[in-house]
Ligand binder design. Structure first.
Ligand code: BDR
Ligand code: CA
Length: 300
């Protein structure tokens, strides 16, 4: 199995990403690290503990950065609610948080693949503190080859900390970008919710998470069903054939008047900049939901 450290900000879809990583035999989940983005650091860390407790996952959980490298934090309460993971009622916690900082826990678990499903603050801090040599690969959910979801051109995770994203894409580590152009195909239809609900108590927690997420996505974006963004990045590590990629140069807009946080993806080589990322362009939706369901089943 591929050793993975999952850096996240749970987050409804991050919670499913944790389950997918922990419940898939292709991944050896070494640690979960948290970063402020969907909600404040304390809330997203508590949410990581909640979902791990509900699923009996006992990997180390470590807190990282409480705010972006240079900007104030803007959370996504409109999408994820006041707790950052509104919907289900969670039981007592059975897992704690380790004392060490996220970037030290990342380092202790290298060599590994870093899967990042929140703002890239911790990952950028890690690269600046420890360098690039021990990281096998960074697979991140963020950006888009098309348009954004936080501003017309910026996706949330990149928009929260564009300076961190610029460090990650400029680092020379193999980076795979799984953006909205593919995650918007991973729609959690009522049929998917029914399949989750049929899996027992953990499945019903997933169903409740997705029902809340569906309601905010309907209200904010008018979507018929919510996109399961973050697990698509995990799926790419489980089986690369689930998520098709092309090599491309990706520039991170850190200054633009209207476009700060945009990922400028040069799909046709017009800038003549050498590719610095593998960019996801296709998703096998049916097999993706198969691996998600199988992982939740394995943890149930
Ligand atoms: C990303 O933003 C967050 O709200 C989700 O958890 C996901 O990581 C989608 O733009
Ligand atoms: Ca996330």
């Amino acid at each position: 199995p591929t050793p993975v450290v999952l850096d996240c900000d749970p987050g409804h879809d991050d919670a499913i990403a944790i389950l997918l990583a922990a419940g898939s035999p292709e991944i050896d989940l070494r640690a979960i690290t948290t970063v402020a983005a969907n909600q404040t650091l304390g809330k997203v860390t508590l949410n990581a503990q909640r979902i791990c407790s509900a699923a009996g996952i006992s990997v180390p959980i470590a807190k990282g950065c409480a705010k972006p490298l240079v900007r104030p934090l803007h959370v996504a309460e409109d999408i994820h609610g006041e707790s950052g993971m509104d919907g289900p009622a969670f039981g007592a916690l059975s897992v704690g948080v380790v004392e060490h900082h996220a970037i030290d826990v990342m380092h202790a678990n290298m060599p590994a693949t870093l899967v990042a499903t929140g703002a890239l603050t911790n990952v950028a801090m890690y690269l600046q503190r420890y360098g690039t040599s021990a990281v096998r690969e960074i697979v991140l959910m963020g950006g888009s080859t098309e348009r954004g979801n936080t501003t017309p051109y910026a996706e949330f995770n990149i928009h929260v900390d564009p300076e961190a994203a610029a460090i990650v894409f400029g680092s020379g580590v193999p980076v795979t970008m799984v953006g909205l152009n593919v995650t918007h195909q991973a729609l959690v239809t009522p049929e998917v919710v029914a399949r989750l609900n049929a899996l027992g108590s953990l499945g019903r927690i997933c169903g409740e998470l997705m029902t809340f997420f569906a309601a905010t996505y309907r209200e904010v974006f008018g979507f018929e069903a919510p996109p399961l963004h973050d697990p698509v990045a995990v799926a790419r590590v489980i089986d690369p054939s689930l998520v098709t990629c092309v090599d491309a140069f990706v520039g991170i807009e850190t200054i633009g008047t209207f476009t700060r946080g945009a990922t400028v993806v040069d799909l046709h080589g017009r800038t003549r900049e050498p590719p610095n990322a593998r960019v996801a362009v296709g998703l096998d939706v049916e097999r993706f939901f198969e691996v998600v369901i199988e992982a939740v089943k394995a943890l149930s």
